[in-house]
Design a protein around this ligand. Sequence first.
Ligand SMILES: C[S@@+](CC[C@H](N)C(=O)[O-])C[C@H]1O[C@@H](n2cnc3c(N)ncnc32)[C@H](O)[C@@H]1O
Length: 318
Amino acid sequence: MSTIGELLTAGTARLRASGSESARLDAELLLGWAIGAERTAVIAHPDAPVGADAAANFEAGLVRREAGEPVAYVRGYKEFHGLAFAVDARALIPRPETELLVSEAEREVAHRLTSAPRPDGTPNLRVVDVGTGSGAIAIALASLLRKRRMLPEVSMRALDCSHDALELARENAVGHAVADVITFTQSDLLPSTEPPFDLILANLPYIPSGDIDGLPVAASFEPRLALDGGPDGLTIVRLLLNALPGALLPDGVALLEIGFDQGPAVEAAVAALPGEWRCSVLPDLAGHPRLARVERAAASGAGSGAAGAGRPGVAGRR
Ligand SMILES: C[S@@+](CC[C@H](N)C(=O)[O-])C[C@H]1O[C@@H](n2cnc3c(N)ncnc32)[C@H](O)[C@@H]1O
């Protein structure tokens, strides 16, 4: 019977040879999955013996990972904002950089609900996650708001054009006990019939089409619809930006994840919107410009000042 340490050493070598840039981490995660333990337990007990069934599971996981499949699809879940999301080929695997969008959205909702009295009869805040995929953004936000007892004052929608992704998102919402507070709808971006929103959240595809074939092979297991943003990566983001004048309430805010080099192009697209608009781009934890915050220049919303970590810029119509 092999030990944890022996399997990890051999598995790491195989994954490194297959081209994984995170071979040791991948092997630890896969072995933890195979034996039904946390990665920390795997690291802490190198001398523990591994039974035949667990070793066979590990072998099957290694073979899939050697073929390029993401570890998250092999394990069937991915941690995001402290929650475990079921993931499979129906939707993009949620990325750590998207946690910034959730944190900003939570801050924005909390500010709106606590900065001024809300007399009885005040309508709920309307929040929408456009291109929800696995549901990560909407579900993580709903879970945070539930802990803060703010959910009763918020109406949440989650939209995606992919039926498969929505199915997965609904499953995750059930798993995290927020299926009753998020309405999931299949839709091409935002239907023009929707009343305007206080908060529009979106992590839409933003990879330029020509860059997709050059992504790590793991990305080829994810839906192309979730990645391909057209010739410069911003085709779908621009469509959403163009819808903002009708889709955002006068003091509403849109938070959009973008590529690290897309800030100037997004600011230019915002500057071309009818009326006066403000666009600031906030950096992610790695310091890369990542989150575009878009609102009318006259709006005095929560974040206009508080989001001080970003690179503020005002994009008025020329
Ligand atoms: C980059 S993935 C993000 C998924 C999820 N929001 C996340 O952060 O993990 C983009 C999502 O947008 C969806 N999408 C692409 N084009 C769309 C469109 N025109 N209307 C609605 N959803 C769209 C895709 O199906 C995919 O689920």
